[in-house]
Design a protein around this ligand. Structure first.
Ligand code: IPD
Ligand code: CA
Ligand code: CA
Length: 265
């Protein structure tokens, strides 16, 4: 295993264990909304600290871009970390969340790990060496058309609800053609599922770099495509379409009529 992947795996497993250990305290506990939110924030932070600690033990000079603590440290290598992707699910005890860790060298992601601690599924990728689920090589699906496909998505929320109208127009199109549309609630896992061929395609607006950095590499290494809504190259963070090459193109075409200037990118 690539040394960067190896470190990311160790870090993801440690964070995953902490998250699962605390799941009972999060889901369904009868305390106020605020104290539940504070508790989850605490778990996000603690998991992130574990990840950073593990990385810095091996690579003290490497930089970090993490959801909770932001950007710090060196810039030749930068680790992009979402310690708990799917926080709302975790908060409700809904069993779909993951740890996502990617390592960038001079601005290009070289290694990525997405870990689902409940199913104990470990998705890994390193540039040029493919993507794996445990020891199995990942391959995107062979689905040829949106008709009959299973497509994942994420709903716009918070500031991104400004895109609700065009998003719903896209959803309407996809819903009418696909065999099914899913909104599982962890973008990192959604991307891993595209790489694994469990989803034929995926789109979401307003993502952050830590949601997508590991999954982006994984999809590319599994023979898939990932791009902006207009189908242009994707720099981690922002609006994206992903899928096997055919479904990617079909989704880009489906979304095209609904892209205003601010979504065209
Ligand atoms: C969120 C999840 C969700 C996606 C959101 C993300 P978080 O991440 O990935 O699926 O729809 O856009 O912000 O906040 O749970 O780390
Ligand atoms: Ca996230
Ligand atoms: Ca998160």
């Amino acid at each position: 295993m690539h040394p960067l992947v190896n470190i990311a795996v160790g870090a993801a497993r440690r964070a995953g264990e902490l998250i699962v250990r605390n799941l009972d305290r999060a889901g369904g506990v009868t305390v106020s909304e605020k104290s539940r939110n504070d508790f989850v924030t605490e778990i996000d932070r603690a998991a992130e600290q574990l990840v950073i600690e593990t990385i810095h033990k091996a690579y003290p000079d490497h930089g970090i871009l993490a959801e909770e603590s932001g950007r710090h440290g060196g810039d030749e290598y930068v680790w992009i970390i979402d310690p708990l992707d799917g926080t709302t699910n975790f908060l409700h005890g809904f069993p779909q969340f993951a740890v996502s860790i990617a390592c960038q060298h001079r601005g290009r992601v070289e290694a990525g790990v997405i870990f689902d601690p409940l199913r104990s599924e470990l998705f890994t990728a390193s540039r040029g060496a493919g993507a794996q689920l445990e020891n199995r090589r990942l391959r995107v699906s062979a689905q040829r058309a949106i008709e009959g496909s299973l497509i994942g998505t994420g709903f716009p929320y918070r500031a991104n609800t400004r895109w609700l109208k065009p998003y719903l127009a896209m959803l309407e199109q996809v819903m009418q053609r696909a065999a099914g549309v899913r909104r599982p609630g962890s973008a990192a896992l959604d991307l891993a599922y595209v790489a694994a061929g469990r989803l034929d395609g995926f789109w979401e607006l307003g993502l952050a770099p830590w949601d997508t950095a590991a999954g982006n590499l994984m999809i590319t290494e599994a023979g898939g495509r990932i791009g902006t809504l207009a189908g242009n190259p994707y720099a981690d963070g922002g609006n994206l379409i992903a899928g096997n090459p055919r479904i990617f193109t079909a989704l880009v075409e489906t979304c095209a009529p609904f892209l205003g200037d601010d979504l065209r990118g």
